[in-house]
Design a protein around this ligand. Structure first.
Ligand code: HEC
Ligand code: HEC
Length: 393
């Protein structure tokens, strides 16, 4: 009998161990593993001679960015310690995830598709509706957002950071004292975010090998060069996705005719216009685009093929459709082939959408070109990785 009891008791003990194990892991304090010497987040030698300045003159302090990295990946900044910025903005996929709607701290879906993060120092506004211009302010908003991280009480946010011993030396190195303020947190996360620069793509290599951007890139395949030509010269893509990030730094937001009626109005009241803007969204950078599916503010397209087919044949009639995406005889800037058949001549407030009449070879070439915009080194650079996971980094 005694033996049976002993066996039962030990079985019970073993089962306790089994059930305890996951709790132990959850309860274990997460601490960041940082390198003995800080990484160089502000590497001006690396970008010397480049055709553009990815920092855009902003100066980054390596200690401040290191603090920013820890904050960026710290799940403590969510109400239930479940998500960090890095949960939705994952390094391996261009600092986004591949969900249509990322899930916040309580598993509720974010309202729009998560944007990638790249060369933010060179951009003029943030979020799909460009509602924030200052990165130092912008980076605090996801913490307060009731769906994303859920801490809208500043004092509580600060106390959570103060409670973690590992922040004391990080704040001291960054700002000269241990004091935690939301202002300091904003500066630190913004500097880390701004340090996420991309300049090592096949596109950048090719661009640095020619004296003028219109020249054939020697490092490109024939198809990639064709795609680049189509993107910049034949089709209207670069009138909006221009500049070194292939984004809308110069053209701001646009209505590209995704829908006849937008359920999400996008940009609201930016220019004191008399008619409210409707369906205007940030023209996103196309750097790392091959990794950041699904696409558009609502993640409606799963592949680049679908995006290209949309521009080719799917642009919808909308009174505020961008001028570059209207037919030529409707004030559009591009004239791309046969006229629209009369039965499709539906004109709403003077706009008709452009049809691009792309061949299959042209569609494939455009996609091949967009694939040259991926920065594989950035995706693996340890200084941007999650310090709570990467031991010794
Ligand atoms: C639950 C997922 C989620 C979390 C957590 C999250 N984000 Fe985001 N992020 C998004 C979504 C969705 C958008 C687009 C929101 C919009 O346009 O309204 C976005 C947009 C951004 C942008 C704008 C990029 C651009 O090109 O305009 C930046 C920068 C950013 N987030 C940084 C952060 C930082 C810093 C944190 C942590 C403090 C964070 N995010 C936490 C989902 C998330
Ligand atoms: C009139 C300006 C304009 C033109 C022209 C234009 N785009 Fe866009 N593009 C945008 C805007 C604005 C968005 C985001 C729209 C949204 O989400 O509502 C976008 C989104 C995209 C996306 C998805 C980006 C993401 O992060 O989800 C890709 C890819 C893209 N465009 C490629 C192209 C290609 C290829 C062409 C040429 C055939 C082109 N664009 C022409 C303005 C433009």
């Amino acid at each position: 009998m005694k033996v049976v009891y002993t066996i039962l008791a030990s079985l019970f003990a073993v089962s306790l161990l089994w059930t305890c194990k996951p709790d132990e892991v959850i309860g274990e304090e997460r601490v960041p593993h940082l390198p003995a010497e800080v990484y160089r987040y502000y590497d001006t030698t690396a970008i010397q001679g480049l055709f553009f300045d990815p920092y855009n003159d902003s100066v980054i302090n390596d200690h401040i960015a290191t603090l920013g990295r820890v904050l960026f990946y710290d799940t403590r900044l969510s109400r239930n310690n479940r998500v960090s910025c890095g949960t939705c903005h994952r390094q391996a996929t261009g600092f986004t995830d591949n969900f249509v709607h990322s899930l916040g701290f309580e598993f509720l879906p974010a309202e729009r598709n998560t944007q990638g993060i790249v060369n933010t120092g060179t951009q003029i506004g943030f979020f799909w509706d460009l509602r924030e211009q200052l990165l130092d302010h912008m980076v605090l908003q996801p913490i307060a957002n009731h769906i994303e991280m859920g801490i809208d009480d500043e004092a509580y946010m600060i106390s959570k950071v103060e409670d973690a011993a590992y922040y004391k030396p990080l704040f001291t190195n960054a700002f000269g004292s241990e004091e935690v303020t939301s202002h300091r947190m904003g500066i630190a996360m913004a500097q880390f975010v701004r340090s996420i620069i991309s300049y090592r793509t096949k596109f950048d290599e090719g661009r640095s090998q020619v004296s003028h951007p219109t020249m054939t890139f020697p490092n490109y395949t024939e198809e990639e060069n064709l795609g680049r030509h189509l993107f910049f010269f034949k089709f209207p893509c670069s009138t909006c996705h221009g500049g070194p990030n292939l984004d809308g730094s110069l053209t701001f937001a646009q209505n590209i005719g995704l829908d006849e009626h937008y359920s999400d109005p996008g940009v609201i009241g930016m220019f004191n216009e008399t008619t409210p803007l409707n369906g205007w969204f940030k023209t996103p950078p196309l750097r790392n685009i091959a990794l950041t599916a699904p696409y558009m503010h609502d993640g409606r397209f799963q592949t680049l093929e679908e995006v290209v087919e949309f521009y080719n044949s799917g642009i919808q009639y909308h009174p505020q459709l961008s001028q570059t995406l209207r037919t030529h005889d409707n004030g559009g800037l591009f004239n791309l082939g046969p006229s629209i058949p009369p039965e499709h001549h539906v004109v709403i407030n003077g706009t008709m959408p452009l049809r691009m009449f792309m061949t299959d070879a042209e569609k494939n070439a455009l996609i091949a070109f967009m694939r040259t915009l991926t920065d594989y080194e950035l995706m693996q650079d340890p200084k941007f990785s999650d310090p709570f996971v990467a031991k010794g980094q």
